[in-house]
Every structure is written in structure tokens, then in C-alpha cells.
Design a protein around this ligand. Structure first.
Ligand SMILES: NC(=O)c1ccc[n+]([C@@H]2O[C@H](COP(=O)([O-])OP(=O)(O)OC[C@H]3O[C@@H](n4cnc5c(N)ncnc54)[C@H](OP(=O)(O)O)[C@@H]3O)[C@@H](O)[C@H]2O)c1
Length: 375
């Protein structure tokens, strides 16, 4: 199976994904809304996963928000907000002749779309924040800084977003937006796996939700294997900080590199859920043998020996110096489980990532049998 880290971080971004309602309000960074000058903000893509958190944080700060999307995802989420219906693919007419203090571009996957909106809005806004991704980096086996080389695509006219093209296309989107928006008005944010309430990919969610069921549970690699995430509310706060404080530049949005591990995720999941599991730590080799890597079977985790070995070590220091605050991951786990409990039975019965109970049982039996014969 051909797969890559790009598939991991791509987040199921293609297509109209319906996110179940119930994304909770969050308290923000503890600042009062009176500290912010009220602004008019346009959010391109405010109804998916990240978007609602940004919209709510903007509203909490006293800003006025206009939404722009096709009307396919979460239509009833913000009935009181002005929504301009349109498609980024040649359907931007509703944005013409309007001005906004800031634009949050949260739905830009195709370079042509990003260029079109940035060109149209350049003269009509003072700040353009483009949500990119760490998948833009050319190599995932190194400690990536914002200045590290970016992935390229041989054919720049390709518009199909796949696991392979997602990162290079996002890199090209960054280039296109920079061609249209002045550097002192442009912010590019590169998140890694975004985690928390509303996540429709279930990648991070799988681990605490599965832990809560107890029993023998497969954990990949070693407890010390580093992983990296960004809490969705921390990302929303930072995005709005970039608007309110006129922060320009390029920023990886990640938790501290090399600090959070699979073992920590297990401990946090157990502590929050109040359940203890019997972890079965399978080796990288076994994960490869069983084709569990590079896909959604063991989400968030990547083998440490190989092309994605550095995927837990993106530097987030520039963002933290600019004000990014990372809450303790245990809080992300807690907020996630609270949100999950509010989802309906059908949603809860249909996890989008992780091992099914039957597959996990089968893998544990195979792993134990092989280990017994190796001893
Ligand atoms: N999720 C992650 O872990 C992650 C990680 C790194 C980077 N990112 C980046 O974060 C951004 C948001 O991701 P997400 O997971 O929140 O996405 P999402 O849940 O799929 O939401 C996409 C939003 O964009 C709108 N949209 C999509 N295509 C559109 C089009 N052609 N025209 C107009 N509106 C459109 C959708 O509304 P309609 O369907 O109603 O049009 C929805 O509001 C993306 O740029 C992604 O690359 C995400």
C-alpha cells in the first residue's frame, strides 16, 4: 500500500465532511473581549473542524464574522451570522465589492482558488491569514523549521487533492497567496495534527476513546515515541492573536517538539477516562508487517526509523515567541471526551480511524503467538 505522512496530516480534508454539532464553547486565553478593537472578519471555511473554533473565538473577542462557504457542511451552526454562499472554484462573486479588516482562509487546498481569493481581497483587507499545514515540508525525517525546504509538485496545474498532492499543493497555495498579499499583511500558519472537539477524522480521538473501553489494547512502537499535535482551541487563539496583534510571517503550529510521547498519551487517556488498559506494545517491524503504518490504523503515530521519523519534531518556537500557548495535552483529551460524549449513537458507532475491536483482537493474538515463538 503506497502511503505517506501526507495522508496522516491531510485530515480527510477532501470533500464536504459534515461535522456533528456540539462543539463546545471554550474560555479562550483568559483575556476579556474588551481588550480587542472590534473588527470585521471574513472566514473562508468557518463550518468544518477548525473554522467553528476560530469563529467562536473571534465572536468572543467582540469581532463581527462573515462566513463564506458552499453550504454543504454544518449549515445550521451559526444561524445568526451573515453567510455568503459561494464556491472557491470560480464562485467568488459574493465577495466582490466588500471590505473586511481581516480574512481567515481556512478552506484553501487548490493554488488557483487561493490565488483568486487573495487577489480579489488584497485591496479590501488589512490582514490575510492562510491556514496551511506542516505537510508542506519536503522531508519528514528532519527537525523542520519554517525555513526548511518545501515539497514541490512536478505539474503545477494539478488540482486533485490526494494523500500525495496535499502537501505540495498547500506549499504552492502559500506561494500563490504570497504573490497577492503584502508580506506585512500576511500570516501563514502551518498546523500539525489538529486535535480536539469537532475533529471529524478521529485520529487523535481514537486513543482516548479506545482507552476508555479498557482491556488489552494495542499501542505502537515504544512508550517513548514522540508524537506532535496542536489543540484546536490553541490554534484558534493563535490565529486570532495574529489578527488582533498584526502578526505577520510563517509559523508552525505544534506542541513542543520532542516532549509528548505515546506513553504520555496513554497516561493522559487513562487519567481522564479513569480506566486502566493492559497495553500491548507492538514493534515497528510488526506494524510494518501487518500494514498498520502510513494510514489510519494507528493514527498520529509514525515509525521512528524511516522517512517519517522526524514527524514529531517540528519546531514551534517561532509561534510560541509570537504568543502561541499550548495547553497541557491532558486538557485536550478531556475536552475531546466531553465533546465525544455529546455525539449521537451513529457518530459514536462510526470511528473514522483506529483499529476495530475484531482487528485489534486478531492482531494481539498474532503478536503474542509470534513473540512466544521468538522467545
Ligand atoms: N484538520 C487538521 O488536522 C488539519 C491539519 C493541518 C492543516 N489543516 C488545514 O486547516 C484548514 C481547515 O481544515 P478542516 O479540517 O477544518 O477542514 P474541513 O473540516 O473540511 O472544513 C472545510 C471548510 O471549508 C468550506 N469549504 C470547503 N471547500 C470549499 C469550497 N470549494 N468553497 C467554499 N467553501 C469550501 C467548508 O464548507 P462547505 O462544505 O459548506 O463549503 C468548511 O466550512 C484546511 O486548510 C487544512 O488544510 C487541517
Amino acid at each position: 500500500m503506497k502511503s505517506s505522512r501526507r495522508e496522516f496530516i491531510k485530515a480527510g480534508v477532501v470533500g464536504g465532511v459534515v461535522v456533528a454539532a456540539g462543539v463546545p464553547q471554550f474560555a479562550g486565553a483568559g483575556v476579556s473581549k474588551n481588550e480587542f478593537k472590534p473588527l470585521n472578519i471574513l472566514v473562508l471555511g468557518g463550518t468544518g473542524f477548525l473554522g467553528p473554533h476560530m469563529v467562536r473565538e473571534a465572536l468572543r473577542r467582540g469581532h463581527t464574522v462573515t462566513l463564506f462557504n458552499r453550504g454543504r457542511s454544518n449549515n445550521s451552526l451559526f444561524p445568526d451570522l451573515e453567510t455568503i454562499k459561494g464556491d472557491r472554484d470560480n464562485g467568488l462573486d459574493g465577495l466582490k465589492g466588500r471590505t473586511w479588516d481581516a480574512v481567515l482562509d481556512n478552506s484553501g487546498y487548490v493554488p488557483r482558488h487561493v490565488k483568486d481569493s487573495a487577489r480579489l481581497l488584497a485591496a479590501n483587507t488589512h490582514r490575510y491569514v492562510y491556514t496551511s499545514t506542516v505537510s508542506v515540508y519536503a522531508d519528514f525525517d528532519i527537525h523542520n523549521l519554517e525555513s526548511s525546504p518545501l515539497a514541490t509538485i512536478a505539474d503545477a496545474t494539478v488540482e486533485e487533492v490526494t494523500g500525495e498532492t496535499y502537501g505540495p499543493l498547500k506549499a504552492l497555495c502559500e506561494k500563490r497567496v504570497a504573490e497577492e498579499i503584502a508580506a506585512d499583511q500576511l500570516t501563514i500558519i502551518r498546523p500539525t495534527y489538529v486535535c480536539g472537539p469537532g475533529d471529524h477524522t478521529d485520529r487523535f480521538s481514537y486513543w482516548p476513546i479506545r482507552t476508555r473501553k479498557g482491556g488489552e489494547m494495542i499501542w505502537p512502537g515504544k512508550p517513548g515515541d514522540v508524537i506532535q499535535i496542536i489543540d484546536v482551541a490553541d490554534l484558534a487563539n493563535f490565529t486570532l492573536d495574529c489578527v488582533d496583534h498584526k502578526i505577520s510571517g510563517i509559523y508552525n503550529a505544534v506542541n513542543p517538539a520532542g516532549k509528548y510521547t505515546m506513553g504520555d498519551l496513554l497516561a493522559d487517556s487513562q487519567a481522564v477516562s479513569g480506566t486502566t488498559v493492559d497495553p500491548v506494545w507492538i514493534s515497528e517491524e510488526f506494524a510494518y508487517e501487518q500494514e498498520l503504518t502510513g494510514g489510519r490504523a494507528l493514527p498520529i503515530w509514525n515509525p521512528k526509523h524511516g522517512k517519517d521519523g522526524g514527524s514529531g519534531t517540528f519546531s514551534g518556537e517561532a509561534a510560541r515567541a509570537a504568543g502561541l500557548h499550548n495547553r497541557p495535552e491532558r486538557e485536550t483529551v478531556r475536552n475531546l471526551l466531553t465533546w465525544w460524549d455529546a455525539q449521537d449513537d451513529e457518530r459514536q458507532a462510526n470511528m473514522k480511524a483506529g483499529l476495530t475491536a475484531a482487528r485489534e483482537e486478531e492482531l494481539i493474538a498474532t503478536w503474542k503467538a509470534e513473540n512466544a515463538s521468538r522467545v
